[in-house]
Design a protein around this ligand. Sequence first.
Ligand SMILES: O=P(O)(O)O[C@H]1O[C@H](CO)[C@@H](O)[C@H]1O
Ligand SMILES: Nc1nc2[nH]cnc2c(=O)[nH]1
Length: 328
Amino acid sequence: MPEEIIPGYFNGNVVNSKVAGNSSPIPPRTPSPTTSTSLDIYTYETIIEIANFLLQRTSIRPKIGIICGSGLGHLAENLTEADSFPYEEIPNFPVSTVAGHAGRMVFGYLNGIEVMCMQGRFHYYEGYALSTCSMPVRVMKFCGCTHLIATNAAGGLNSSYNVGDIMIVKDHINIMGFAGNSPLQGPNDHRFGPRFPPMNKAYDPELIEIAQNISKEMGMENDTHTGVYICLGGPSYETVAELKMWSILGVDAVGMSTVHEVITARHCDLKVFAFSLITNKCITEYETEEEANHEEVITTGSKRQNVLTNFVTRMVENINSLIINDSM
Ligand SMILES: O=P(O)(O)O[C@H]1O[C@H](CO)[C@@H](O)[C@H]1O
Ligand SMILES: Nc1nc2[nH]cnc2c(=O)[nH]1
């Protein structure tokens, strides 16, 4: 088999990585949830090879990467001319273990615009290191993406939020990082990004404004909020006392994902838009029979799928226009 040189893209430059033909260029080393706590298995070269593995097998050249949250995987089902890669068939990729996360990387067109979409993400509570959870964001970067749309299912802590509402994320609290647990922990490879990336504009203000306008155009302004997300380690849901504490500290929605993905995306200079679907109201009183549960999370995602698909499609159209304008 002749050796091929497959182009990847990083910071606007073509990155060449030599791989062998169409057979898998990387020895299979799929991490399992219980063994992937090592911080350094995803080197710069490995990420390029994973991106090249995908680019070799699809003609789609996306600028926008999308991560589907729990129960939100139907977004990927709207892609046309799709090329779909189950995670277990991508060399070195982790596998999804959570209900509502199909476990596929899907390339295709969303209303005529090339995108790549994680139909299922990785969570810390599955046993993966945070750097492993967010590794696919770097793969998106190397596949040519300049923008990330991260979606998640979250509990509504702000008492004005209702089940089915959308919260545009304006900021996060990286509570796991407070204890030193970061996807960027360990030696910094400056080819990905700087040692100390800023986070005060993690969520792109222009994209937040666009999303707010889209929500108005869709007549959803009363069901759309702009707020602060916190990622907790999970997998247990929160106690009443914990929720009261987060509320005092300014948290509006509570989840177990997204923050490490956003940190990784900003580290490699992807522009980020993120939103939460409020799948349940956080229970902040003791006197109730209700309990948080994952079935409700998935069901709410499924009920709101048409609205969310419409919302994300409009975001993709707007981001695509920005990308075209920026390139002129
Ligand atoms: O953040 P996503 O993946 O949407 O899922 C959220 O929903 C699950 C809990 O029901 C947790 O995994 C939490 O993070
Ligand atoms: N931590 C947390 N994650 C969620 N994901 C969806 N709902 C919730 C919730 O109430 N709490």
